[in-house]
Design a protein around this ligand. Sequence first.
Ligand code: UDP
Length: 234
Amino acid sequence: MKKRVLLKISGEALLGQKEYGIDNNVVDRIALEMKEAGSDTEIAVVVGGGNIFRGMQLSDKTGMVRATADSMGMLATIMNAIALKDRFMAAGTPTQILSAFNIEGMIEGFERDKAIRILERGNVLIIAGGTSNPYFTTDSTAILRALEIGASIVLKGTNVDGVYDKDPKKNQDAKMYNEVTFKEAINQNLRVMDMTAFAMANDNNMPIRVFNMHTNGNITKALLGESIGTYVHN
Ligand code: UDP
């Protein structure tokens, strides 16, 4: 049986050199690296929306009702999914999108059986729309969907190399862990994902690999199961 993994791509990762929106060079590199991982792995991708809208920030800045702002955030993930699919297809990778909520004539709704069939056919599955509920994040979506589709790991692409004992952007002596247990992460207050996502991963024993997706070749390595970044496990 093929290994099934879930790759979480934050919206921020799609910014590249831009301040807002999608840098196509970044998306093309992701598409290429996914292709290089070959056909030995079934790949589901959960995409965020922070490059376009983040509900909490939008609500803080404008006074918009948080749940309404979160709807805009979730719609942003759909736009990212469409952009990713376009470039994955252009690279020759058959790709389908399922969203937590369907958009008639454009995006199909997520159903577990459908999702698994897409993966078994060898297509990349992009999961958009978050959980369809406000006050959640796409990190929580990643853990939730990974559990539903029976993925063996969540690969969280970030803009730092892994999990550190303190913020590496502020502390030069910050130490990165190659491996950390859920218990150690809780005891040492390490930031792996948001608390809701982390709690769900811990409760259901879903391992997470945190890695730098801006380093060339890292997406391929993560998909192939190489030991890059930090492995968070039970
Ligand atoms: N969002 C939501 N419910 C979800 C997932 C996402 O309301 O289940 C909204 C929320 O406003 C969030 C935005 O969508 O800020 C974009 O998602 P996220 O911040 O997780 O994106 P990322 O940080 O990965 O780019």
